[in-house]
Design a protein around this ligand. Sequence first.
Ligand code: HDE
Length: 695
Amino acid sequence: MDDARTEKDRRLDSVRTDSAQPLTTETGVRVGDTDNSLRAGARGPTLLEDFHAREKITHFDHERIPERVVHARGAGAYGRFQPYEGLSDLTAAHFLSGPDVTTPVFVRFSTVAGSRGSADTVRDVRGFAVKFYTEQGNYDLVGNNMPVFFIQDGIKFPDFVHAVKPEPHNEIPQAQSAHDTLWDFVGLQPETTHMMMWLMSDRAIPRSYRTMQGFGVHTFRFVSAEGRGTFVKFHWKPLLGTHSLVWDEAQRIQGKDPDFNRRDLWEAIERGQYPEWELGVQLVAEEDEHAFDFDLLDATKIIPEEEVPVRPIGKMVLDRNPDNFFAETEQVAFHTANVVPGIDFTNDPLLQARNFSYLDTQLLRLGGSNFQQIPVNRPVAPVSNNQRDGFAQHRVHRGQTSYYPNSLGGGCPAPADEGVYRHYAEKVEGGKIRVRSESFADHYSQATLFYNSLADWEREHLVAGFRFELGKCEELAVRQRVVANLNHVDHELSARVAEGIGVEPPETEGTPNHGRSSPAVSMANTAFGSLTGRQIAVLVADGVDAAAVHAFRDGLVSEGAVVELLAATDGAVRAGAGDPVTVDRAYTTVSSVLYDAVVVPGGPSSAESLEQDGVAVHFVLEAYKHHKAVAAVGEGTRLLASLPVPEGTFAPAGGTRTELGVVVSETAGDDCVAEFARLVGGHRIWDRPTAAVPA
Ligand code: HDE
């Protein structure tokens, strides 16, 4: 992809505004004093005729708009999408017609349950909404980072959201699913089971938006120019691999840096480390609609990738941060019904409800029917119709006519012949009935499939997730009901969860485990090895072995990592030999949970100072507890002394060696740095036992 600006970016130039001199009112009248209101006498009452004060305060009073009813907390970025190959045999969508078409995009990532100011790293689903500004109009692919959903029919959405949001009587807890009402709903609504497995897994605590998969969730339909349909599921795969946090770490980050994911996305783009995802599709021929043991229209089911492989069709790169959070990220309006020729819906009852809901919600949230004219929402494709007026109409429509047909306006705008949106001519018939199809009835098989597919460590985290969440439910009957449901997923799973939350494990097996798995859903099978954007802390004090510091920094930065030197105070530390070493931050202002790995270089006095500083020792202990790679060089190993491992485990013994994900070495040679980089690229050392670590 070239570096040229996208068409969307160029179009935004007309609305970009920079602060300029002098200060004026909204009507352009110059203001000489904005600190003192107009009053009758220096100590007298303020006068109503102070139009500047009134305008300033009134505007301020109206600064807030309703936050999104779900997905209120989010972060966005611009970028571009380019197909690898032409898909014209499958879809009339021009933006998928070939690698010579690059389409501008805006993407918004979000959490679901929390309000706009809530923390990023809560246990939750993440929204992954992409707006493609195509030449045929805007196409929105409004997905999540999990491939299934809680409910099968949109009519249940208000119930589900009411259950997961803070409880209505006291508005507690904020951005948490660990409370009675959610689990009450879940226990009574078994169709939630598969999604709850994903939500209790580490998928719900992504390390970064950059390391998060995205899914369209529903089965959609590609439609070719000839009108031929093909079922399609959309997948976004991050090129850096799919990686998550540790739950304890995620909770601590909520306090240390509530903007953790937002900041990570922003900074990566500012550094020029543009996040990338590959778009993939699973395709199912119309005639194979009923070839599966689940219903393609049921959003609580995946199509296992082993049954229908994901075909990579293009790449998305996010390369530009917005200029203004409110104007762009807050006002962006996604809508599942924003489709372009070649992409159509299916009768998934969840999708059908969404097609109603998103337009409706924007009307309220963005104050009326002209929200598509807000700069971030404007298509790059031309707009021409007879819709008129409404609050905040920004277009100045010219001419006498605003109806069709007309002769006075030259018949314009007239319906087009070419490139028009044509709905897939699906044959539909049926009585009006309020029933759920029998083909939606199995709520457990795929929950079992997910469970069977996890690596051991993922399964441990899943059990711990259930125990944590249900452990926060006061009502024992609620806990018991969920355990009873889990007994239909896997008997051992339900027993292990039950043991952790003080309820009776089920005596007999519910539904027997079918033993099938889908390895593609396990994060153990993702891409590993990249250091791009990984945050590495190097702990230093006076007397530090500067050669080791430089060796690690140079080696890791050259692979794309961000290396920060942390000391007890800002400024610089004296080196054992050579120039002082500049410190990036005081470690009291950060925390190990904000880093992916930690290095403790040697230098006798540096190691001694760090060893006597509880903050530094805790830093290393905590990183170790959270399964992060640690490197200790020479005397730096002293900081490992309080780890609950047999004495001598981390004693340097000549050369470089790795013990439980800790690289120990006498000197910071190339092999030592390379070994550490390998561990960092592996994300976490999951087989390191950490239960006894007191951090
Ligand atoms: Fe949404 N959802 N949703 N949702 N959703 C909204 O639209 C809704 C569902 C998703 O960054 C709202 O503009 C209903 C599934 C994302 O701006 C609202 C149903 C999936 C975002 C709404 C669903 C999503 C939203 C709130 C069940 C994944 C954030 C504000 C029928 C495939 C978009 C807004 C952004 C936002 C309704 C289910 C993803 C109220 C009724 C399934 C990523 O319209």
